[in-house]
Ligand binder design. Structure first.
Ligand SMILES: [Fe+2]
Length: 294
């Protein structure tokens, strides 16, 4: 039965064509996205992921949002994304730098947890000298449970920290002709410097962050987060987990957290550490509002 739901959704996703205009295409999928927040469907996805050696062997970086892969082909990527509070529970701060996803269009649907605050900026960015830019706010709202949000291609946006674990379904689509434009030298992130916004490309960002990244040693974060999710949604197929533990080629981290799922030991959620996402400090959303124009 669950298998049938899964194949039906894959058939619909595969038959999608990007030529209808991407935002329209996204709206068409919002109905499907609501249907894949059921425990039956999530359980199927959990089992698909835990049976996938490539997923189990993934080397997570501090920049990755913990996820389970629902489906992907060369045009579409569909995931559950897992967001966690930081230790200070400061929801008035940003959790990632202002960024765009270049040619990708993204839809997100909050299906568990309160959600997060998000600010969108005009795609038409005014460039000033020395990589300084002016950004204009176009949307500023709380993205709450049960709601969809679309981030258009090249649209800079910002998300706040969450006050409690928040799970979303996220759909990405690539623009038709823009794939070649997606290189590491296009500035797509923005940070605050001297009370102004400054643009930075991915390679310069990674270079500036290399020191911090070298000190990133919270190796459990992503796998703990995924196992917290598996327990929190009420996944109950212990026989399957025992099979994975016995027959799967698990590394020590997966072995440790899957054992806790099997013994039904309560798994706490890991705290998010936003310092790996900022060149400077994580700004307050109010600072952003003060500096941006409307
Ligand atoms: Fe984003």
């Amino acid at each position: 039965m669950v298998k049938d739901i899964y194949s039906d959704i894959i058939r619909k996703l595969n038959s999608a064509s990007n030529c209808e205009g991407t935002v329209q295409l996204h709206k068409k999928f919002h109905g499907i996205m609501k249907n894949i927040a059921s425990l039956n469907f999530i359980s199927k996805v959990i089992e698909e992921n835990l049976s996938n050696q490539e997923f189990l062997d993934k080397e997570w970086t501090c920049f990755d949002i913990p996820f389970l892969q629902i489906y992907n082909n060369n045009l579409i990527d569909l995931k559950y994304h897992l967001f966690f509070p930081n230790k200070s529970f400061k929801i008035s701060n940003a959790s990632y730098m202002i960024h765009s996803h270049k040619s990708s269009v993204l839809s997100s649907y909050v299906f568990s947890g309160k959600g997060y605050h998000t600010i969108h900026f005009d795609k038409d960015i005014k460039h000033i000298a020395n990589n300084y830019v002016e950004l204009r706010i176009t949307k500023d709202f709380f993205h709450s449970q049960g709601n969809f949000n679309i981030v258009d291609s090249y649209e800079p946006h910002l998300v706040s920290n969450v006050s409690e674990p928040t799970f979303t379904i996220v759909l990405w689509t690539l623009g038709d002709n823009d794939i070649l434009k997606d290189d590491y030298n296009v500035p797509r992130s923005f940070y605050l410097e001297k009370n102004r916004f400054k643009a930075i490309n991915d390679s310069d960002f990674l270079h500036k962050m290399s020191d911090k990244v070298d000190h990133y040693n919270y190796k459990d974060y992503h796998i703990q987060a995924i196992c917290y999710f598996i327990q929190k949604v009420g996944y109950k197929n212990i026989a399957f987990l025992k099979k994975v533990q016995k027959e799967g080629n698990l590394n020590d981290l997966w072995g440790k957290w899957i054992s806790r799922l099997i013994t039904e030991e309560l798994i706490n959620y890991p705290f998010f550490n936003e310092k790996f996402n900022f060149i400077n400090e994580s700004p307050e959303l109010s600072e952003i509002r003060n500096i941006a124009s409307f």
